[in-house]
Design a protein around this ligand. Structure first.
Ligand SMILES: Nc1ncnc2c1ncn2[C@@H]1O[C@H](COP(=O)(O)OP(=O)(O)O)[C@@H](O)[C@H]1O
Ligand SMILES: [Mg+2]
Length: 352
């Protein structure tokens, strides 16, 4: 657990970079610091490993004030990943990753084993070990940066815009890999970004900072999107806030259409019994398996282009509903049985 109590950082020219910060970062969680450029994210991060001293207030790790530790001891427990990997250009990948274990005086075989294990952990090919940083792609460099930060197995990992300089496709892959890594390693990660989408994808909790180093809101992505504290936060989350909320929910959290016009194909259903509210019916067989839909009174069955499962995210359900000629999407469970219909009205209820 990392705690900030009334922490302020004033630089020499009187710029207030962080203003009276109270924040508790839980162990084993990925906490994202997000906000516009210049709002004090990097400063906050660098105060944790004392690369910047705080001007006022108290920072503690597991209730021990960081000032009570010597800087070497403190930093041994903290890995640090920067935007431009910060790799040593004249050292090979292997030597970069081996930096901290060697500083700590590990024996050669232990260093070897650790470096090779980490190269695998971050998804790099072992053949890259002898390359130099300039012979790597941006994504590969960032992976080496993460491996180097993890080398001494620190409980805390600080990451300052680590994926900002790579293209969107590689960034997405690196994000997935980080989530995967975190599921296995359960580090206390403090991750800085200015990209709200990245924050929502990665964060267990998100701290939104405003210019002037003020913490505007600190909560889970779901809670932030459901209830932004003020106009600044709402604005920062974006006008598509509802779509972002849908992306964090799945079909299990949405109701099904009430009294859907369903027809069992194997039974003769009189026209009068069919829905008069909708001009279509959804057809299933007598085992409950989806067959398609047809216009009321017509006999020609049409297939659905999209069906969704109980674990489909609701933003994808919305897209499927917009594509559907009848405006609703059938939910098909793992046994292939029809589990109701979802349309825009049900999505609205899921957000309510
Ligand atoms: N070494 C420094 N000296 C003076 N001002 C600084 C220094 N580093 C950062 N600042 C200022 O402090 C504020 C916060 O900077 P920073 O923490 O880097 O923000 P962010 O990472 O959110 O972009 C900015 O106004 C920046 O110009
Ligand atoms: Mg920064």
């Amino acid at each position: 657990m990392i705690t900030f109590e009334q922490v302020t950082k004033r630089y020499g020219d009187q710029t207030v970079a962080v203003d009276g910060l109270d924040l508790t970062i839980a162990s084993g969680e990925l906490t994202v610091l997000v906000g516009p450029s210049g709002c004090g994210k990097t400063t906050t991060l660098r105060m944790i490993n004392r690369l910047e001293p705080a001007s006022a207030g108290r920072i503690a790790i597991d209730d021990r004030a960081i000032d009570s530790l010597d800087a070497m001891t403190l930093r041994r427990g903290i890995g640090y990943v920067m935007q431009h990997s910060g790799l040593f250009p004249h050292r090979s990948v292997f030597d970069n990753i081996a930096t901290v274990p060697r500083l700590l005086g590990w024996k050669k075989p232990a260093v070897q084993e650790r470096v090779h294990r980490l190269i695998e952990t971050v998804g790099l090919s072992p053949s890259l070990a002898t390359r130099y940083p300039h012979q790597l792609s941006g994504g590969q460099q960032q992976r080496v940066g993460v491996a180097r930060a993890l080398a001494a197995d620190p409980p805390i990992l600080l990451m300052d815009e680590p994926f900002a300089a790579v293209d969107p496709i590689v960034r997405r892959r690196l994000q997935d890999e980080l989530l995967d890594l975190q599921a296995r390693l359960q580090k206390t990660i403090v991750f800085v970004t200015h990209d709200i989408d990245e924050a929502i994808r990665l964060g267990d909790r998100i701290a939104i900072f405003a210019v002037g180093g003020r913490l505007a809101q600190f909560d889970t992505p779901r809670n932030l999107l459901a209830a932004p504290a003020d106009d600044f936060v709402a604005d920062f989350l974006g006008r598509d806030r509802e779509l972002k909320r849908l992306a964090l929910l799945d079909v299990r959290q949405a109701p099904r259409m009430h009294a859907p016009p369903l027809v069992d194909n194997d039974r003769a259903v009189p026209e009068a019994k069919e829905s008069t509210v909708h001009d279509w019916v959804v057809v299933h067989d007598n085992a409950g398996r989806l067959l398609g839909w047809r216009h009321r009174g017509a006999s020609a069955l049409q297939p659905f282009t999209d069906t969704v499962s109980p674990t489909t995210a609701l933003d994808r359900v919305l897209a499927a509903a917009l594509r559907s000629p009848i405006g609703v999407v059938p939910v098909v469970d793992d046994d292939g049985c029809l589990d109701g219909l979802i349309g825009p009205a049900e999505l609205r209820k899921a957000l309510a």
